[in-house]
Design a binder for this molecule. Structure first.
Ligand SMILES: [Zn+2]
Length: 416
């Protein structure tokens, strides 16, 4: 496949009239005169397009897309206890299947090619994701109140290890829902299989304060004291951190999955990204579930992250567009050990954005990253993962059926 005469970004500048050759699941070349050696004869006209490497959604619960708009305008704990957990108690594999597919549709439309998820019925999520063609890191969520969940982790890992698109991970929910023994077992499984650990960490002030009261330590200090933290940990939220917490996260190489919109909507707080960045922590962006966002759009996350940090510190110079763009791309590639980017040899996960949209005008060689981050719109027309076209010119095969089935499934869940 050849994407012909397309624009790309290099060093934050727009570079026009480039070709991108794709051979199987990988990019075989990028440059002005590059030819397609794959022999499939497929050519995409990229003349009005910008090619970007795939965006990484570093924290979500995709099946919860089915709960979009079900419970808004509440704080985290009552939101969970009164609305989400009772609904989840009735959840079936079929709900997860159509919630996941609905979430995949939205992410494909937003240029997200890889996501990191923890939830229930992960085999169903894995199958649905593979059918949609996306790349995913999936963890069966582990809670002490559901002791059966941890027993399912090892079999899940064995079923999916080595898959081309699905990478199993281990997902202890949080320090307030998992005992020390559960956290140790989770870490040991992740180490044994060389997988990532995915956990919620220090999301709300009340969580951190009540944990400190009972344990005498912050959640971060506690996890460090039991040897849980390392560069295989992706920690979602990290909203309430002390100076000591920040340096532990940076020293241990923990990745922070920052969920700006979810944190704002639940009024959980503004994460100390400035201190984390200064300490050298790897910061990525996540949407969290559509039940608390309510969308799965990293262009919105980029804009919100930038403007919230600037406003919180009265510093418009903090977190420029280039730094924010890296959070949605390169920082994610590093965290998830993905060989991604628009270069020869990298995995062919990319999106084509229509530059002939109002929010990209006026366009210069220098302002492209600014438009991508601060317009908040995106404008993705074509999405390619592993060399396969998932959306072409705005059309995703099977979309109508998924929308109908997700609607039916949600109504069925409510009356169950
Ligand atoms: Zn979450």
């Amino acid at each position: 496949m050849l994407v012909k005469d397309v624009s790309i970004m290099k060093g934050g500048r727009l570079l026009r009239d480039q070709n991108i050759a794709i051979d199987g699941p990988r990019i075989s070349g990028v440059g002005p005169g590059i030819k397609d050696e794959s022999g499939d004869g497929e050519v995409i006209d990229g003349r009005r397009m910008l090619a970007i490497p795939g965006l990484v959604n570093s924290h979500t619960h995709l099946a919860m897309t089915l709960f979009r708009g079900y419970a808004d305008d509440m704080e985290l704990l009552p939101w969970l206890e009164e609305k989400i957990w009772p609904l989840e108690a009735k959840l079936t594999a079929e709900d997860v299947r159509w919630g996941t597919k609905l979430g995949c549709l939205e992410m494909i439309r937003g240029g997200i090619t890889c996501y990191n998820d923890m939830y229930y019925f992960m085999d169903e999520t894995a199958r649905a994701t593979k059918e949609m063609g996306l790349r995913a890191f999936l963890a069966e969520v582990v809670f002490d109140m559901r002791p059966d969940q941890i027993e399912g982790v090892e079999p899940f890992i064995r079923r999916w290890k080595g898959d081309g698109l699905i990478v199993p991970a281990v997902g202890p929910h949080a320090v307030y829902t998992c005992s020390e023994e559960t956290l140790h077992r989770s870490r040991e499984m992740a180490e044994e299989h060389d997988l990532l650990l995915h956990i919620h960490l220090s999301e709300t002030r009340s969580e951190v304060e009540s944990f400190a009261k009972s344990c005498g330590k912050s959640p971060v200090e506690y996890l460090d004291s039991i040897g849980f933290l390392s560069d295989r940990v992706v920690a979602a939220h990290c909203t309430w951190l002390s100076e000591k917490d920040v340096s532990i996260i940076a020293d241990r190489g923990v990745t922070v999955a920052h969920c700006s919109i979810s944190n704002h909507k639940l009024a959980s707080g503004i994460a100390p990204l400035d201190r984390l960045a200064r300490a050298g922590a790897n910061i990525c962006l996540g949407t969290d579930g559509a039940s608390s966002n309510n969308s799965l759009n990293l262009f919105q996350e980029m804009k919100t992250t930038a403007i919230a940090q600037k406003c919180a510190h009265s510093r418009p110079d903090l977190f420029g567009a280039g730094e924010i763009w890296r959070m949605a791309t390169e920082n994610g590639y590093r965290a998830f050990r993905l060989d991604l980017g628009l270069s020869a040899g990298a995995l062919a996960d990319l999106a084509l954005i229509d530059l002939r949209k109002p929010w990209f005008a006026p366009l210069t060689e220098e302002n492209i990253v600014s438009h991508l981050v601060y317009s908040g719109h995106g404008g993705v027309e074509t999405t390619i993962v592993d060399g396969d076209i998932l959306m072409w010119d705005g059309v995703i095969p099977g979309e109508e059926e998924i929308l109908d089935r997700a609607q039916e499934q949600f109504q069925d869940l409510l009356t169950r």
